[in-house]
Design a protein around this ligand. Sequence first.
Ligand SMILES: [Zn+2]
Length: 164
Amino acid sequence: MNVNAPELDDRAVLELISAHARRRPPRGIVFEVTEAVFAEFRAQQPRVRETDPDEIAEINSLLGTHFEPDDLFLSGAPVCDICTRALSMVDVVRSGLDRHGEDFVRSALLGPSFIIQIAAPESALDVVCPTCGNVNKLPQGADPLSGSDGGTAHTYFGAKYGYA
Ligand SMILES: [Zn+2]
């Protein structure tokens, strides 16, 4: 859904998107937003799990990208259901590649547009644990802005794409 027209008020668009993140739409919504709205929404997310330089290097080698450490983060600290290993942005990217392919992941993370995807409450992010192979179904939950419980645990952001 396109809400990046210059006539729209940034604060009003942010409120619209945040309200959908709190109430959760019956089906996922993809909002195409301006850079300013994207930056502000991204800044509102808790940055619980930063992506360290080694992980960034691995992601860049997987995707042929040039991300900096600040570009990618998880808003929570998800762990594997079975072995409790901490799951990272590398695991999210690898799982995305397995599931959707390189073109999809690259275009999701690199644009050309600024995208905020608000997931339905029952949607789950599938993240494969590299230690034990378990496919973790990380539920999106209710409020992505409420802290590290519930939805926040499973929100992730790139430089031009956010899944909340
Ligand atoms: Zn595991």
